[in-house]
Each structure stands twice: as structure tokens, then as C-alpha cells.
Design a binder for this molecule. Structure first.
Ligand SMILES: Nc1ncnc2c1ncn2[C@@H]1O[C@H](COP(=O)(O)OP(=O)(O)O)[C@@H](O)[C@H]1O
Ligand code: SF4
Ligand SMILES: [Mg+2]
Length: 348
């Protein structure tokens, strides 16, 4: 890790205007490699996240979208202090990542996680008052038992588990998946975080209640002014909930910008593929371009154990040129969007 970044670094492609106070997260050249096995079986370096640059502004929902293996969880795990970055800068709430245990506790007062599996993430042997009370106590949010009980009831109400009296003494085992995920969200909110990391938070829930959880996250963005990194492979849900979208492919951010711009006018061929294959009939009309990308999109997921000098999407891209195999495209800005594709060079 190198020197602290300025709170609001200028000129990041696709980052858009920044309100005062600076971003809650600033990542520059953020990289995480793993040692692992290649598809051929030999030892190799897995480039899970490679030199990503992004900002997250307070009180906004940023969706991180990409297919399985693109590096989304690894990126979130760096923010959750579960994987130290291999290199690059990561500044959260104006500070570099903490190393000492005491500083980590303080860090988790700002940054909280919501996991994919609400069945595995809660202690089933304890009632909700204990699960939520413990989170309040660890971060010194409750003053005495009575205050703790009040705050627990408040948290349950915030996530629409009402009336709270009906839930305080309940155990997770008596709750549905959706209710458990609400408890996990309430536990994350107990510390009044400034950033929630939500890694596929609805993928293990019944389709019928996914929208309720997305609506809850959106309401919390507004009522708590919490920023949310919403991770998904489904661009339709990203479109529904987010203010901005970052598209990841093969460990790199290949497109970012305001949600409406990215979805209505995707610039990167891979984003076009995602939009074209989303379950929105409007996107299947017309464009032969989308059909062409879709056809090549059925290829194998990208192998990040191979180093490439050019664009990682080249083997799947219908627009590939010689140059794409030789030179890696940087994020190029067009309007409020930015995409890592040589096709944008003429539009700049
Ligand atoms: N702990 C690990 N050790 C080795 N390889 C890993 C580890 N975690 C993730 N990877 C690899 O890093 C790449 C990105 O994985 P991941 O971040 O889980 O992607 P996503 O969440 O987008 O599916 C994949 O190739 C995955 O196999
Ligand atoms: S840089 Fe070339 S290969 Fe990569 S997405 Fe753009 S056109 Fe396709
Ligand atoms: Mg993942």
C-alpha cells in the first residue's frame, strides 16, 4: 500500500461529479492476486482483481455487475478486510485500511457486510435481541440494558420486522429466509455504518421476496444515508436499485457510469451483452449488434490465470481488431460514462 490519496481525487474516468465531503471509498490500481492452479493444473497467479479504480459517494448505491469469476466478491472482501490487497490504494472514510485490531473494530463501525446466505450468517442458538444487542454492544452504541432493548426494537422496525415485540425474542430458526436477511441487515445497521457491502444479498431468497429486500436497501440509502455496494450478476436488479453501475470482466472494471446511461446506452461490448441478455423484452428488439454479441457471449467464462497483454474480452468480442490483442484499452471517458474499449477512442 502506498501513500494516502487525496480525499477526492480529480479526473477519474466515469466517476461523475462529486458532492462535497469526498467519497466514502476511493480505490486506485487496486489489485488482488491469488496463487492457485490454472485450468491445465500447473501453479499460476490468479488475477482476481487487477488495477481497478473507482469511487463510491456517500448515500449512493453502486452496483458491481459481472458474471461469475469476474472478481466481484474478491473486491468486496478487500473492502471487508478479509483479503489484503496485493497492491494499489484503498481509502475508506478518508483513511487507509487499518492493520491493528483496535483500528479494525473502528473500521467495522463504518463498513458492514450483508452476506448471500441468511441461513449461515446468523447464530441460530440466540434470540434476535441477543444477535442485535451484541452488535450494539461491540461498537458501544447502547447505554444500559433498557436502552439496548429500545435500540433493538428500533432496528427491527427499520427493516420492517414489525411489530418489533413480536420479533425481539424470536430465534432465526422461526423466520423465513427473507426475514433472516432483514435481521442480517438490521445487525449491519446497528453500528450506523456509512457503507454496506451487499454481495448477492437476494440470490438465495425466493424470487417473490427479492424485490422487497431491494426496496428495503433503497429505502435505507435514503433514510440512513448509507452507501451500498450492491454486487450482482443480474443487470436488471442493478438497474432497479442502483445510482451507478460498475461492470467487471476478468478482474477489471470495463465500464462505469450513471445507471440509466449504462443501461440505456452501454458502451462496452460486454455490457451490451449483459443488457441484451437481461430479462427485459425492450432490449431484445431491433439491434442486430446485440444479437451478434449475444452469440459470441455463450463462450466459456474468462480464465484469469492467463496473463494477457491486450483486451481480455477479445476472444468473445465481435468487434475485435488486431490492436485489441496487443494493447490493453484504458477506461476512456464518453460523457458521464467510461469504458475500456478501443472503439470509444473515435468518440472522445
Ligand atoms: N481464496 C481464493 N484462492 C484462489 N483463487 C480465488 C480465491 N477467491 C477467488 N478466487 C478466484 O478469483 C477469481 C474471482 O473470483 P470471485 O471474486 O469470487 O468472483 P465473483 O464474485 O465475481 O464470482 C476466480 O477465478 C476465483 O476462482
Ligand atoms: S477493445 Fe477490442 S476486443 Fe476489447 S471490447 Fe473493445 S473492440 Fe472488443
Ligand atoms: Mg461472488
Amino acid at each position: 500500500m502506498t501513500a494516502t490519496l487525496p480525499a477526492n481525487p480529480p479526473g477519474l474516468p466515469g466517476s461523475g461529479p462529486s458532492p462535497s465531503g469526498g467519497p466514502i471509498v476511493s480505490a486506485r490500481r487496486l489489485t488482488r492476486h491469488f496463487q492457485g492452479r490454472s485450468r491445465g493444473g500447473g501453479r499460476t497467479t490468479i488475477r482476481a482483481v487487477e488495477e481497478v479504480d473507482f469511487d463510491i459517494e456517500p448515500g449512493t448505491i453502486v452496483a458491481l455487475v459481472g458474471e461469475s469469476g469476474s472478481g466481484k466478491t474478491t473486491l468486496a472482501r478487500m473492502l471487508a478486510l478479509l483479503h489484503p490487497p496485493t497492491s494499489g490504494d484503498l481509502v475508506v472514510a478518508g483513511k487507509e485500511l487499518p492493520r491493528r485490531q483496535r483500528d479494525k473494530v473502528r473500521y467495522y463501525g463504518n463498513v458492514q457486510m450483508i452476506y448471500q446466505d441468511p441461513f449461515a450468517s446468523l447464530n441460530t442458538l440466540k434470540p434476535l435481541r441477543h444477535i442485535l444487542g451484541r452488535a450494539l454492544r461491540i461498537h458501544g452504541r447502547a447505554k444500559g440494558r433498557r436502552n439496548e432493548r429500545e435500540l433493538v426494537a428500533e432496528l427491527l422496525a427499520k427493516v420492517n420486522l414489525t411489530p418489533p415485540e413480536q420479533f425481539v425474542d424470536a430465534y432465526p430458526t422461526s423466520l423465513s429466509g427473507g426475514q433472516r436477511q432483514r435481521v442480517a441487515i438490521a445487525r449491519a445497521l446497528a453500528v450506523r455504518p456509512r457503507l454496506l457491502l451487499a454481495d448477492e444479498p437476494t440470490s438465495m431468497l425466493d424470487a417473490s421476496i427479492r424485490l422487497d429486500i431491494l426496496n428495503l436497501l433503497r429505502d435505507l440509502r435514503d433514510s440512513e444515508r448509507v452507501a451500498i455496494l450492491y454486487i450482482t450478476h443480474d443487470i436488471a436488479s442493478a438497474r432497479y436499485i442502483s445510482d451507478r453501475i460498475m461492470v467487471m470482466y476478468g478482474g477489471r472494471i470495463v465500464e462505469q457510469g450513471p445507471t440509466d446511461d449504462v443501461v440505456q446506452n452501454p458502451r462496452h461490448p460486454y455490457t451490451r451483452l449483459l443488457v441484451a441478455s437481461a430479462p427485459d423484452p425492450a432490449h431484445h428488439k431491433g439491434s442486430g449488434l446485440n444479437r451478434r454479441v449475444q452469440v459470441v457471449g455463450d463462450a466459456e467464462p474468462v480464465d484469469v490465470s492467463q496473463e494477457v497483454t491486450g483486451c481480455r474480452f477479445a476472444p468473445r468480442c465481435p468487434f475485435v481488431m488486431d490492436r485489441c490483442r496487443e494493447q490493453r484499452p484504458p477506461l476512456l471517458q464518453v460523457g458521464d460514462q467510461a469504458a475500456a474499449c478501443w472503439l470509444l477512442e473515435d468518440e472522445q
